[in-house]
Design a protein around this ligand. Structure first.
Ligand SMILES: [Zn+2]
Length: 743
């Protein structure tokens, strides 16, 4: 599950600097305590038959439920049932059973007590009338109206507790069932569901068809899928897993762009997890609304994943959403969090798959930048909303646990776990966990045990501080070299506020010193609030690095002299170079700094360093997140804008040259900086470049820059741009922002 709306492009720089203090703005501890429900029976199989009347936004249904008692003498069955009205319950031979429906529950009285070991089967008939047309995201069945963006559709929303709104069931993630879905729909519709399609039958005289799908491997009810509409279906080339894409007819040209990497992603994930793709097939279907939902073997993706070839360079949807939802077919679908308090088992690994993917397909630098973005997304939530333990059992509704702690912080915890265990033991542990708990629910302790069994390592301490307690370390770091003793002394003090349960962390960390003799990384253990480490270091280091490799989720302050930062800007790894660029922004008064930043903006081999150097030159002062995918980048960039540091008339020619960078995110940064000159004379250049640039993200920043330049003569140009079509309406929004500036 990924709930965020899909956005475009850019955004900048680094939130490495320590944010002062964390106000707990939302009291998550006042939410009611939730526990995994006890149950009297194990549901085994649902045979759900639904007949839709689209015109009346109504449906009738029957669910034949097969279950096995967990206790002796079972006489009464409680089921979750909402939105629809039950009209009758009967045994297979037609014998009617007494039932009561009230307050979201259906209680069925059995004709006799059933013992453990018995199988019980009965059919519930029900109907839901006049549901009304909806945009998309009601729990249960949505009759989606046609809009210019999508045809009329029927979409079932089962996550996290929506299944009970379209069929009576045991609707908690600790129970898994096999299932059949028979859906009768207008004959021009196609129906997608979980598992295998057994049959499609015409219903003569009614103008309808019935699709019969069978899911014969057990899964949780929140993963049940039913999507119906006039879809076009394309199958991927034959491979070990049948893969198909469901989209609207109007998207025929662009649909392959978003989906084309799916077979590679499925193969890659199976290899990484040491477990072949577990389900019968993999379909992806587009629907209205944001994000994606990992309904087993029938993933729903927001229709905004469809984008044209031009947007591909800004908008690498395959890199995260397709990967994320595919990864859930192991993390969530194959092994399911036992209750929503352990939802990190689904989402942390789902989110971390994006880093794994970036590493394998785009290289380790792209993966490092992706991970940095995730850290910063979490820091933003921690700073502005709340901090909570990742394993957390307080919520009013389960969706509250699907936040940046679960996704982004969880992914960084998986990254640290991978580093602490080492690559091979980490992969052995996750493969063992998946095999051991396949087709079952599991919890945090199961993961801890699987790690012990597969690697011999006891990570109790790690789970305790990163999963069971809130927060993260904030380090104040000092490193001093003594010419007299030829020793390098590190002092690391943990300064986080521990009053609300945030621990003093125990963690390994790599401390590096770079001298003429090379780079000397030292792995040490921080075990207390105040730690000191002393190393022999015959020469004065030209650079030192705290947390070399950038493994830890941390904030830190680390004052370094300009000489070192300049060396780091041109010699360190990508994350170190980005950090150095941001730090140098605080030394604008030094004459050497601006030329060094220009050099980085022009000559660094990696785009994110060039981009961040431009943001610093353009007056940006963090912290903000580095996430490429979230909302409207210029808004946050302008929030972080501090004028008068590097900006001067002499910068214009340099920035204009940089608007020709090969990378659109770098070009966008150059346009943003150029706009900050607020120079009307740049408008003709900007309008020319708008026509020439082939990136929506860069074009959006051009429009923003035109707005900032303050030339009211540009209003007609901006109005034309506001009417242009673009993914996530990024051009329209940028043009409207610019028009607002010119008012
Ligand atoms: Zn997810």
């Amino acid at each position: 599950m990924k709930r965020k709306a899909l956005p475009l492009v850019l955004a900048a720089i680094l939130a490495f600097c320590a944010a002062a203090s964390f106000a707990q703005k939302i009291d998550v501890y006042s939410r009611p305590l939730q526990t995994e429900p006890s149950r009297d029976y194990q549901a085994l199989h649902y045979r759900i038959a639904l007949d839709f009347d689209v015109a009346k936004t109504s449906f009738t249904g029957e669910n034949t439920i097969t279950l096995a008692p967990f206790r002796e003498g079972l006489t009464s069955i409680g089921l979750d049932a909402e939105t629809f009205s039950v009209t009758g319950v009967r045994l297979a031979d037609g014998t009617p059973l007494a039932f009561k429906q009230a307050a979201g529950r259906l209680t069925v009285e059995l004709p006799k007590p059933y013992p453990i070991g018995a199988k019980v089967s009965f059919t519930v008939a029900y109907r839901a009338a006049g549901l009304g047309a909806s945009g998309d995201r009601k729990k249960g069945i949505n009759f989606v109206e046609a809009t210019p963006a999508n045809p009329a559709l029927i979409v079932a929303r089962s996550f996290p507790d929506g299944a009970r709104h379209w069929f009576p069931c045991y609707d908690h993630p600790n129970g898994k069932v096999t299932q059949e879905i028979l859906a009768t729909v207008p004959r021009e519709y196609r129906v997608l569901s979980n598992g295998r399609l057994l049959a499609v039958t015409e219903n003569p005289g009614r103008g309808t068809k019935t699709y019969h799908w069978s899911q014969d491997k057990p899964h949780a009810t929140y993963l049940s899928a039913l999507i119906a509409g006039p879809y076009v279906v394309t199958e991927a080339a034959p491979g070990p897993v049948p893969i198909a894409y469901w989209y609207y007819e109007k998207d025929a040209k662009d649909a392959p762009i978003a989906f084309k990497k799916t077979p590679d992603i499925i193969a890659f994930l199976g290899k990484t997890y040491g477990y072949d793709y577990p389900w019968d097939k993999y379909d992806q279907v587009i629907v209205p609304g944001g994000g994606g939902t990992e309904t087993t073997s029938a993933t729903m993706l927001t229709q905004t994943v469809i984008h044209d070839a031009k947007a591909e360079k800004d908008f690498s949807i395959d890199r995260w959403l397709v990967t994320h939802e595919a990864a859930h077919h192991w993390w969530g679908d194959l092994v399911t969090c036992r209750d929503w308090g352990h939802t990190w088992i689904n989402e942390s690994f789902g989110t971390y798959s994006e880093v794994h993917y970036a590493e394998a397909f785009d290289g380790k630098d792209e993966a490092a930048v992706d991970l940095l973005g995730k850290k910063n997304r979490y820091f933003q939530e921690a700073a502005t909303r709340y901090m909570r333990p990742i394993v957390f059992h307080r919520w009013e509704e389960p969706g509250q646990n699907f936040d940046r702690h679960t996704y982004q912080k969880g992914a960084t915890v998986v990254h640290m776990m991978r580093w602490i265990l080492g690559e091979k033991p980490f992969l052995a542990a996750i493969s063992h966990f998946l095999h051991k708990h396949a087709f079952q629910p599991a919890d945090t302790n199961d993961m801890l045990t699987a790690i012990k069994e597969a690697t011999g390592q006891n990570l109790d301490w790690f789970f305790d501080e990163w999963l069971l307690k809130p927060g993260h370390p904030i380090f104040d770091v000092k490193a001093d070299w003594s010419a007299e003793t030829k020793k390098l002394t590190w002092r690391v003090v943990q300064t986080q506020d521990t009053s609300a349960g945030v621990p003093i962390f125990r963690t390994p960390v790599v401390l590096s010193a770079v001298t003429a003799a090379g780079r000397a990384p030292q792995k040490v253990w921080i075990t207390g609030k105040d730690s000191e480490f002393v190393f022999d270091c015959p020469q004065k280091p030209v650079m030192v690095r705290f947390d070399d490799g950038d493994f830890l989720l941390k904030e830190w302050t680390f004052e370094r002299p300009v000489d070192e930062l300049l060396f780091q800007l041109s010699h360190d790894d990508v994350i170190g170079r980005m950090w150095a660029a941001a730090q140098l922004g605080r030394h604008a008064e030094e004459a050497r700094v601006a030329p060094a930043l220009r050099q980085a903006a022009q000559g660094d081999p990696f785009w994110a360093v060039r981009r961040d150097a431009l943001y610093v030159l353009g007056g940006f002062e963090g912290p903000i997140d580095n996430d490429e995918r979230t909302n409207i980048p210029w808004t946050r960039l302008n929030d972080g804008f501090k004028p008068g540091r590097f900006l001067n008339a002499g910068l214009a020619a340099f920035l204009k040259e940089r608007t020709s960078d090969v990378n659109p995110k770098v070009r966008a940064a150059a346009f943003w900086a150029l706009g900050n000159l607020r120079d009307e004379a740049q408008v003709p250049f900007l309008t020319r470049r708008f026509a020439a640039d082939d990136s929506y993200g860069a074009q959006a920043q051009i429009l923003v820059a035109i707005g900032k330049a303050g030339d009211r003569g540009a209003v007609p140009f901006l109005k034309t741009a506001a009417a242009m079509d673009s993914p996530s309406t990024i051009l329209k929004r940028a043009a409207e922002w610019a028009l607002g500036e010119l008012k």
